[in-house]
Write a protein of this length. Structure first.
Ligand code: AOS
Ligand code: ZN
Ligand code: ZN
Length: 424
């Protein structure tokens, strides 16, 4: 199914008067509003192919229905999101779940929907049916060079596929680690992983980047070989200038100060990209901004401050992506909510009075510092985000229109009720 322009126009028309009122108030309150809107229009957040279907837990999975059954249908789904919000102009593929059969056809389908291919994701955390050696005890860290080589070759193959699609980055997330004390020699595991990553790094085309994603725990419960930003930064530094750390918001131990991590990685020129999501306990992969919106704002505050200090373009300087899983929500509605939450936090961060904050910091005026940050955080910027969306042809209220057009019902009647999309 496709959403037509006239449907968006009809929806927007009904909401124009109310929006105009809210937007003119927001504009009168914020001198920077036009500058902010220009930045919002450029800012695009990639959608991961594996977040388009209903996920599950080890206890079960409840199909939502109408889920994409092929790469083509995944691209169509992201196309629907982008039509509605004009901020989801990229898709991130996962190999081998999304291997294209016809590269040109896939590329032109993506172009038709206004999408580009974001970072490619390799998979050495599962055994595939036709696979010779098992990843049960790790992949790039494995004690057996044969297993390591198989995982290296897979990553190089993923780069090759990414090149064919016009992507320019590889994200490596490893499940490697150990479940029990004594199982692993930490130093050997690190060195094996580094050597394996070096071989993958050597296969990167010139303009490519590799993102090393870290995660505190799960599926290994005692140690993870890329367990935190320190370890990721160590790999990225040893590998060279094309290697960066990727921050997934759900991959920290409870209460970690993620905004400080982000600030320092940016300072070192080693922050590569993001996986946005939210969590209460661990790697919950919940809707961005659904649990800790203030944290999301504080992260964007550091991003804006750090990127501006270094003259890095907000839209293109880092890889922006969602990484989520949906057990109870309609995945497309959830992704619309995530993108909205990200855009809101970004807008609020753009509104922070930087000059005043600098002065307050210099004067150790702690109270004033907090006032300045919270003044931006407590500003209702929804009309500003909506204005940016309207100016690019998006829907005033994406979730409302999605429901009004009965998109899910349509997808179910086309694809069926009992569907399974490959993913987490
Ligand atoms: C796993 O926990 C990581 O967040 C990965 O980034 C991601 O979910 C996975 O690579 C998807 O296959
Ligand atoms: Zn992730
Ligand atoms: Zn994760």
């Amino acid at each position: 199914m496709e959403i037509e322009k006239y449907q968006i126009d009809a929806h927007n028309e009904k909401l124009t008067a109310a929006h105009q009122q809210r937007f003119s108030f927001a504009a009168s309150e914020n001198a920077k509003v036009e500058e902010v809107i220009t930045k919002l229009i450029k800012f695009q957040i990639a959608i991961p192919s594996w977040a388009l279907g209903t996920g599950g837990t080890r206890f079960g999975r409840f199909s939502g229905g109408g889920e994409p059954r092929s790469l083509e249908e995944k691209i169509e789904d992201v196309g629907l999101l982008h039509k509605l919000n004009q901020s989801s102009g990229a898709i991130s593929l996962h190999i081998p779940w999304d291997i294209p059969t016809d590269y040109d056809a896939i590329k032109s389908l993506a172009t038709h929907h206004g999408l580009r291919f974001d970072a490619m994701n390799s998979n050495t955390f599962q055994d595939q049916a036709d696979q010779k050696l098992s990843y049960k005890f790790g992949s790039l860290q494995h004690v057996d060079k044969g297993v390591r080589q198989q995982a290296i070759d897979h990553n190089i193959e993923v780069i090759r596929q990414g090149v064919a699609l016009g992507s320019d980055a590889l994200t490596v997330w490893l499940a490697d680690g150990s479940c029990f004390p004594g199982q692993l020699n930490f130093r050997k595991a690190f060195q094996n992983t580094l050597e394996s990553l070096e071989e993958i790094y050597a296969a990167l085309p010139d303009a490519w980047k590799v993102f090393v994603e870290y995660k505190a725990f799960e599926p290994n419960f005692y140690s993870t070989t890329v367990g935190d930003w320190g370890q990721s930064l160590l790999y990225a530094s040893k590998l060279g200038p094309k290697a960066y750390t990727l921050v997934d918001l759900g991959h920290h131990l409870p209460n970690a100060n993620i905004e400080q991590i982000v600030s320092l990685l940016l300072m070192e020129g080693k922050l590569g990209g993001f996986h946005f999501n939210d969590s209460k306990y661990g790697d919950d992969d919940l809707t961005a901004g659904s649990m800790k919106p203030y944290q999301l704002f504080l992260i964007f505050n550091e991003l804006v401050e750090g990127m501006d200090a270094k003259g890095i373009d907000h839209a293109t300087g880092l890889g922006w992506m969602i990484d989520a899983s949906h057990n109870v929500k309609d995945p497309l509605e959830d992704l619309l909510q995530s993108v909205e939450a990200i855009m809101i936090s970004y807008t609020q961060a753009l509104l922070v009075d930087r000059e005043a904050l600098n002065i307050a910091q210099q004067e150790n005026d702690v109270v004033r510092c907090q006032e300045i940050l919270q003044d931006a955080f407590r500003t209702d910027v929804r009309a500003i985000v909506q204005e940016a969306r309207l100016r690019t042809g998006g829907a005033a209220q994406p979730v409302q229109l999605y429901r009004g057009l009965k998109v899910r019902e349509n997808l179910i009647s086309n694809r069926g009720l009992k569907t399974v999309a490959t993913g987490l």
